[in-house]
Ligand binder design. Structure first.
Ligand SMILES: Cc1cc2nc3c(=O)[nH]c(=O)nc-3n(C[C@H](O)[C@H](O)[C@H](O)COP(=O)(O)O)c2cc1C
Length: 189
């Protein structure tokens, strides 16, 4: 089967981020034909300025093209004050601007989150999923992968010791695989 290209973005740039560790764990659990590439160029993304007619900043333009080219997106979001962090919101806004190549329209998106509290960031995931649907993306999960007490279950290398969470990740990857494979034209005989 052809490679399935997943672009993965973590919404935290914090050193020692639990969400980045979760992304690492998820990447490790992704089996061929899934290929997970991590985008981590937050520092070059400016705050949103959606002035009509103004060209996208180069890093934003590059990200929009990269997202458009990917078969699916994985967004791993922290939860701050019951919502997504500002940098994740800026990314969604930059990506949602309806100029070609309309990167989010119809894009399959898987969501994950980790937090140090019991609920694992589910409120941020719900918020993010809602926003993404609003701008035309296809959200493949509703808080299926949410790692609570992340400081206990995740280490910096992306070792996830909670078996149920590993199973949830595997289930979500299967969903991504099935969704993208469904979209591919059948190979002519
Ligand atoms: C200002 C602030 C607000 C927070 N609010 C929430 C919250 O509403 N819900 C939650 O689950 N965790 C909350 N947390 C805890 C974060 O989820 C936790 O620090 C997490 O590790 C952040 O993600 P990161 O490790 O990937 O940077 C908050 C943390 C901070 C610093």
């Amino acid at each position: 089967m052809e490679t399935i290209d997943v672009l993965a973005i973590c919404g935290s740039t914090r050193e020692g981020s639990h969400n980045r560790s979760l992304l690492r764990a998820a990447r490790r659990l992704a089996k061929a034909p899934l290929r997970v590439e991590v985008w981590d160029d937050h520092a070059r993304i400016p705050r949103l300025d959606a002035t009509r007619g103004r060209p996208f900043p180069p890093a934003v333009g590059a990200l929009r093209e990269r997202v458009a080219a990917a078969d699916a997106l994985l967004l791993v979001t922290p939860e701050l004050s019951r919502g997504i962090p500002g940098q994740m919101k800026d990314l969604v806004d930059w990506l949602s601007i309806l100029a070609p190549p309309r990167p989010l329209v119809g894009k399959p998106v898987a969501l994950m989150s980790a937090s140090t509290n019991r609920f694992g960031g589910v409120f941020a995931q719900l918020q993010l999923g809602d926003m993404l649907r609003r701008v035309g993306a296809e959200v493949l999960s509703d808080f299926d992968v949410a790692v609570g007490f992340a400081h206990r279950y995740l280490d910096a290398d992306g070792v996830l010791t909670e078996e149920e969470a590993r199973d949830d990740i595997t289930r979500l990857w299967r969903r991504v695989l099935a969704r993208v494979a469904d979209d591919r034209p059948a190979v002519p005989a």
